[in-house]
Design a binder for this molecule. Structure first.
Ligand code: ARG
Length: 454
């Protein structure tokens, strides 16, 4: 492509070192789509004839079909996807192909291709996030009455509906969804026409190209357009957050599926066995998701580090963005795709949940609230109930097993109805503030999400 200025062949070592076709071949549908639109602008500017445009479009389409069919031969010496397609087109159709790169550089070409690619991947990710949310809501609604201990510090805290716990992740996934929508909007700007750095002396109708490629606007600074990858970094950051959320849910799933918790049973189809221990049934989907989160974080760091020292504008370093981008997208898509059916196929063990939530200490705060409702300042009430808990620990009994006299001995504010407080359904019923897990609130949140996701 640059043979005019050079007297020697590229060293084979350099060829191997600098090629990107082994991974950027995936950009082919976008590269072709971009070239088809670019050729429309060349036609409009009178730089190619209608017949030349037709043969470019036809040639590109044929190449596309061959790539899709797996019969196209990519050449390492042609470096990247852009040159592989253009060189083959020119080999097939001659001069018309050689005119295609008029007023275009690989710098604005790759900026366009990545944006087109990421835009369509955003759409797939948004769909997968919706399916993930639907699976969570389905599991929540199928087990709407199940109460489990809620945890802080992984210590039993207060009772919550299992559904409330799941819906917390639906909320997180919703913010993930919005982050992706937001960064899709910012990346959705058409960069072609920026050339290598300073546009071109040959004027093309950039608005036409944008319209053909369904971009609502065009970039306003040619140097910015070829030099920044902030839109990709934003998406990788959004994906790092998605992965973090999935990783936390993974940790919950792993705990819940353990014999110690026993809250859920995962389907055979989404667990693996051990080659040695016959009894094992391992939550590998959740473990792998938790593990892959490291890669997704790493990709974000790679890209940030890649970009931080680059002088304006395009630098070849930027070719290193691809593998990080592809890997984060592939990884998060795969995790979302497998998580949704795994959740749908999970069974909740109501009996184990009930026995865990029968721990009366979960209602210690309710006892303090009882004292507050009888006029005691909360700090004082906290201390009184703390002493009741200590008394139980000393006697080896539960809060439900202390007598009225014992409660009365701790504080004369306790009345004979004190034991009625130590009741989970009553406790749940009372949690009526917006966002709190009363049965009515949880039911209406399930209904809200069902309607939203429908
Ligand atoms: N494969 C290159 C990349 O991904 C395309 C742009 C190459 N531009 C250049 N001037 N060498 O960055």
């Amino acid at each position: 492509m640059w043979k005019g200025r050079f007297q020697q062949q590229t060293a084979e070592l350099l060829q191997k070192f600098s090629e990107s076709i082994s991974f950027d071949w995936r950009l082919w549908p976008h590269d072709i789509e971009g070239s088809v639109a670019h050729s429309a602008a060349l036609l409009k500017a009178g730089l190619i004839s209608q017949a030349e445009r037709d043969s470019i479009v036809k040639g590109l389409q044929e190449i596309g079909q061959e790539i899709a069919a797996g019969t196209f031969k990519f050449k390492e010496e042609l470096e990247d996807i852009h040159m592989n397609i253009e060189a083959e087109l020119t080999r097939r159709i001659g001069d018309a192909g050689a005119k295609l790169h008029t007023a275009r550089s690989r710098n604005d070409q790759v900026a366009l291709d990545i944006r087109l690619y990421l835009r369509s991947e955003c759409d797939s990710l948004l769909k997968l996030l919706r399916e993930f949310q639907s699976a969570l809501v389905q599991l929540a609604s199928a087990n709407a009455g199940v109460v489990i201990p809620g945890y802080t510090h992984l210590q039993r805290a207060q009772p919550v509906f299992f559904a409330h716990h799941l819906l917390a992740y639906v909320e997180m996934a919703q913010r993930d969804w919005e982050r992706i929508v937001d960064c899709r909007r910012r990346m959705n700007v058409m960069p072609l026409g920026s050339g290598a750095i300073a546009g071109s002396t040959i004027l093309l109708d950039r608005a036409l190209i944008a319209e053909l490629l369904d971009f609502p606007s065009v970039t306003q600074n040619s140097m910015d357009a070829v030099s920044d990858r902030d839109f990709a970094i934003e998406l990788l950051a959004a994906l790092a957050i998605v992965a973090m959320h999935l990783s936390r849910l993974s940790e919950d799933v792993i705990l819940w599926a353990s014999a110690e918790f026993g809250f859920i049973t995962l389907s055979d189809a989404f667990t693996t066995g051990s080659s040695l221990m016959p009894q094992k049934k391992n939550p590998d989907v959740a473990e792998l998701t938790r593990g892959k989160t490291g890669r997704v974080y790493g990709n974000l760091m790679s890209l940030l580090t890649l970009m931080k020292g680059l002088p304006m504008t395009y630098n070849r370093d930027m070719q290193e963005d691809k593998e990080a981008i592809f890997d984060s997208i592939d990884t998060v898509k795969a995790a979302l795709a497998v998580f949704a059916p795994m959740l749908r196929a999970a069974k909740v063990n109501a009996a184990s949940c009930a026995s865990a939530v029968a721990d009366p200490n979960l209602l210690a705060t309710d006892l303090a609230d009882y004292l507050v409702n009888h006029g005691m300042p909360f700090r004082k009430a906290h201390e009184v109930v703390g002493r009741a808990v200590a008394l139980c620990a000393e006697k080896g009994c539960e809060l439900t097993e202390l007598s009225f006299e014992q409660y009365h001995g701790l504080s004369s504010v306790f009345e004979r109805d004190v034991h009625s407080i130590l009741n989970v359904p009553r406790s749940m019923e009372a949690r009526q503030a917006i966002g709190a897990p009363s049965p009515q609130n949880v039911a209406s949140q399930i209904a809200r999400w069902q309607a939203h996701l429908a």
